[in-house]
Design a protein around this ligand. Structure first.
Ligand code: HEC
Ligand code: HEC
Length: 341
């Protein structure tokens, strides 16, 4: 009796398994090894440097009126991004773009911010302190405050063998802390290491991501970003709708208008809303955009083939389930990144 039920089931499973092997053999399912982290060599991470950077990152005295720290707009629970579409600066003004997540920063080799206007993280770090839309402080005054605060005496001495923080060491310390934030233990990493299995839909989504759609033209490699650091236009707006000129603000080239940094898709399940202006509330809207919303313009990347982008409801759900496997629960609860205060 049992056999009569089991036999057809086994047969179907066998056929399914063998079909999968023959037709869906993974093309590029794995993620390559981490590249050499060159930037780290110029500013070697030390426990003392990271600690000092962490204190600065969580310190509200970096803003003019002592109300805001870096962590106000870069929250650990959101992979150090901001759940708000635009972040509120100390003057009640909103940022012009969605805050970006901070992790695996050493993979970012071609500039920081959505338009890449800062070359090095240590230079990037002092910009928000002075940005009138963000912390709106005078850098000299901030350094005076830190140098006057006895809490910092030992950490500054330990990290840089000096008694006073300078613009350079301030940048270096923040850079060290940000470089120390690693995200390498998502469910997908654990799956690749053979530690957990993925559900059937997650596996289906992985297959769609790597083999059916063109996502890996741009979001690929260990960090699911662009290892060559390109800035591209993924079809959010047509020419007459360009409001943020993106990369062109840095290069001055018309051919760079509305191009933005290709973001990492690691932790994308917890970094909503999406795109440089946070226009999409959830991943379903993002997929909808790639399926039916691509707008043509003079700078649109030539990767978008509408035919390829057809997914039914189940497939869309599977793709989103797969994207959620890139969430690193360990990172967002890692005490090493908690506020030291
Ligand atoms: C008021 C909110 C706010 C505060 C405060 C803030 N940031 Fe940001 N951060 C943003 C926004 C918005 C962006 C994207 C800006 C852009 O692309 O023009 C960003 C981008 C970044 C990036 C770029 C990431 C990448 O992948 O290119 C880094 C790094 C960063 N911030 C670090 C910091 C540090 C360090 C501090 C504190 C000194 C800080 N932020 C304070 C809102 C904020
Ligand atoms: C031609 C390159 C390209 C392709 C192909 C591409 N993307 Fe993107 N993607 C980008 C760029 C560039 C951005 C940022 C655009 C912006 O903010 O203006 C982006 C943004 C995103 C975001 C938002 C991330 C965030 O932090 O805001 C998600 C999610 C995303 N893409 C997923 C996908 C998926 C899934 C696919 C496959 C269907 C895909 N992308 C295909 C270039 C690409």
């Amino acid at each position: 009796m049992i056999l009569r039920f089991l036999f057809p089931f086994c047969l179907i499973s066998l056929v399914l398994i063998s079909c999968q092997k023959e037709t869906n053999d993974p093309v590029d399912m794995s993620i390559p090894e981490a590249p050499e982290e060159e930037i780290v060599l110029e500013n070697p991470l030390t426990a003392d440097g990271i600690l000092l950077g962490k204190m600065l990152f969580y310190d509200k005295s970096l803003s003019r009126d002592n109300t805001q720290s870096c962590a106000s707009c870069h929250r650990q629970s959101n992979a150090f991004s901001d759940p708000n579409q635009f972040s509120m600066g100390i003057n009640g003004d909103q940022s012009l773009r969605h805050s970006m997540p901070i992790f695996n920063m050493s993979y970012s080799t071609n500039g920081f911010f959505w338009d890449g206007r800062a070359n090095l993280l240590r230079h990037q770090a002092v910009i928000p302190i002075q940005d009138p839309l963000e912390m709106d402080a005078d850098l000299d005054e901030v350094m005076q405050r830190i140098n006057a605060d006895t809490l910092y005496d030992l950490p500054i001495l330990n990290a840089f063998d000096t008694s006073h923080i300078s613009e350079v060491t301030l940048g270096l310390a923040l850079e060290q802390f940000m470089l120390s934030i690693e995200s390498k233990n998502s469910k997908y990493d654990q799956y690749l290491a053979g530690e957990v299995s993925l559900t059937t839909t997650e596996l289906q989504g992985r297959d769609i991501y790597f083999n059916t759609l063109n996502c890996t033209d741009c979001h690929k490699g260990f960090n699911f970003d662009d290892p060559s650091g390109r800035y591209l236009n993924n079809g959010l707006d047509s020419n007459d709708e360009f409001t943020d000129l993106g990369r062109a603000l840095v290069t001055g080239k018309i051919s760079d208008q509305a191009k933005f940094k290709i973001p990492s898709l690691r932790n994308v399940g917890i970094t909503a809303p999406y795109m440089h202006d946070g226009r999409f509330e959830n991943l379903d809207q993002v997929i909808e955009h790639y399926m039916t919303g691509i707008k043509s313009s003079s700078t649109l990347a030539n990767n978008f083939d509408v035919e390829q982008m057809n997914l039914n409801t189940d497939e869309r759900k599977a793709l989103i389930d797969f994207l959620h496997t890139l969430t690193d629960e360990q990172m967002i609860s890692n005490p090493a990144y908690f506020s030291p205060f």
